[in-house]
Design a protein around this ligand. Structure first.
Ligand code: COI
Length: 341
């Protein structure tokens, strides 16, 4: 186990630090899901012919535990992660976990790794549940064997420079995912295709890339690892969940906070390239990203610079409200916060 003292707690960033333990369950066709429980954090082994290594049959989740102002350890809408994990499992032909196992596993990992829980100023404990096919299957078919793992690691800000206004690219060179494929699931393969676009845009000095919808290039899809919102006046828009969009939990929370606490008109519908380029504010949402503002968007070598002062922006208001709920700085009007121990 990594020593707590080896971690730079004031500059956590978004990295995988070794922690104490992780939770494991395994599935075989004969025995179904069998719980092994907490095991030391460490490497995993599997068949070289496993479906995760050969064909990407794997899914994951991301959620966070927070040390709050009330000196409690809480999670945020974790049942939503459990539900999305079930829906991703179905799409990737991974056997469903028994009722309650996901939530129990998250609870146990947080409790056993509570030494690694940052303070509010430092960040949060990021929790990563995974399920993948690890039995041999040379043909392109679902595995007979699976592993469910949950590990956790302390994190700070997802974007390298903290809360910078992101310089972004709307790319017409790559798509993220086909519209009727696995975009709505949290499938590992959805992220692999974004690595090269990201490498290319960072070499040009950009921070984030937004993709166009692969069936209709007049509308946008999402970013690498976050949903996209566009504010114009009192109207907030984000792409509808039409198949290629990940049903983000921060996305859904943003919609509710914007509608109910800030009286915005919120629409889940097609967001056109024109909407995006003419917005007053554009921001990204995700568990890792939280709510991150765009400072500019580049499209076909034209740059749109957002003029709004971040400190006076609606983006900041929404971000601060979500963070205040998560860290129990204010009463949670939605019942989203769940005590973890
Ligand atoms: C998250 O926001 O938690 C995600 O899972 C996105 C990720 C790929 C960093």
């Amino acid at each position: 186990m990594m020593n707590k003292k080896d971690i730079d707690w004031d500059n956590l960033g978004f990295y995988a630090h070794e922690t104490k333990s992780m939770f494991k369950a395994i599935y075989t066709a004969e025995e179904k899901w069998q719980v092994e429980g907490l095991i030391p954090y460490g490497d995993v082994s599997m068949s070289p012919a496993s479906t995760i290594l050969n064909y990407g049959q794997g899914i994951f989740e991301g959620t966070k535990a927070y040390r709050t102002s009330k000196d409690r350890v809480v999670g945020f809408r974790i049942e939503e992660n459990a539900a999305r994990f079930a829906s991703s499992s179905e799409r990737l032909c991974i056997p469903q976990l028994p009722e309650g196992l996901f939530l129990n596993a998250v609870q146990e990992v947080v409790k056993d790794n509570s030494d690694f829980l940052p303070t509010q100023d430092q960040g949060s404990l990021y929790i990563r549940p995974l399920a993948y096919g690890d039995g041999p299957m040379l043909g392109v078919k679902a595995s007979n064997n699976y592993t469910f793992l949950v590990y956790a690691t302390p994190v700070g800000s997802y974007f390298k420079s903290g809360l910078k206004m992101l310089d972004t690219i709307l790319t017409d060179k790559y798509h993220r995912i086909a519209t009727k494929s696995i975009g709505f699931a949290k499938a590992v393969g959805n992220y692999a295709g974004t690595l090269l676009p990201y490498k290319e845009i960072t070499m040009d000095g950009f921070d984030e890339v937004i993709f166009l919808n692969s069936s209709d290039e007049n509308i946008i899809d999402e970013a690498r690892s976050a949903n996209v919102f566009v504010l114009k006046g009192n109207v907030l828009k984000t792409p509808a969940l039409q198949g290629s969009i990940l049903p983000g939990i921060t996305r859904d929370s943003t919609i509710k906070v914007a509608r109910e606490l800030f009286d915005l008109e919120v629409y889940e519908e097609d967001v056109t390239v024109e909407d995006l380029l003419n917005g007053d504010e554009v921001f990204f949402t995700g568990t890792a990203a939280v709510v991150a503002p765009a400072g500019s968007i580049n499209y076909k070598n034209n740059k749109v610079q957002f003029e709004t002062d971040y400190n006076a922006s609606m983006t900041k208001k929404i971000r601060d409200k979500l963070i205040d709920i998560q860290y129990e700085n204010i009463e949670d009007p939605f019942g989203w916060v769940v005590p973890l121990k």
